[in-house]
Design a protein. Structure first.
Length: 123
């Protein structure tokens, strides 16, 4: 059985800063032979943030709540499915937590060597 009640950590996720997690994303993908440019490409696909805007948000130390409120989420983001951190993404009811898991999932797929065209889902 996969967990779907994320209420115990929804607020913690909302208040975490993107800047505090970003270095872990970079480290995760580079350790697996992928590049920071590829990381930025998947983040831009999901959020609409180019590298300049991403750096600005990191500098401003925005929370994930603000990060996703300002994002122009890709309409194909709902095609991101599967389990991440023990939770089935499509069953997560909290919108922000689901969006954060979308981000976690595409970064995880990048680190695992999935082809870019598969990560950047198209219909």
């Amino acid at each position: 059985m996969t967990k779907s009640d994320t209420s115990h950590h929804d607020e913690r996720i909302a208040n975490m800063t993107f800047a505090s997690v970003y270095p872990h994303y970079v480290n995760k993908v580079e350790k697996k032979g992928r590049t920071k440019a590829e990381l930025h490409k998947v983040i831009e696909w999901l959020t609409g943030y180019d590298e300049e805007k991403l750096n600005q948000l990191i500098e401003e130390k925005v929370t994930f709540k603000t990060f996703f409120e300002k994002a122009d989420l890709n309409p194909n983001a709902q095609l991101i499915k599967g389990v991440i951190c023990g939770y089935r993404i499509e069953d997560i009811t909290n919108t922000l937590t689901r969006q954060c898991r979308y981000l976690d999932k595409v970064i995880d797929e990048l680190a695992r060597g999935r082809k870019m065209e598969k990560i950047l889902r198209s219909e």
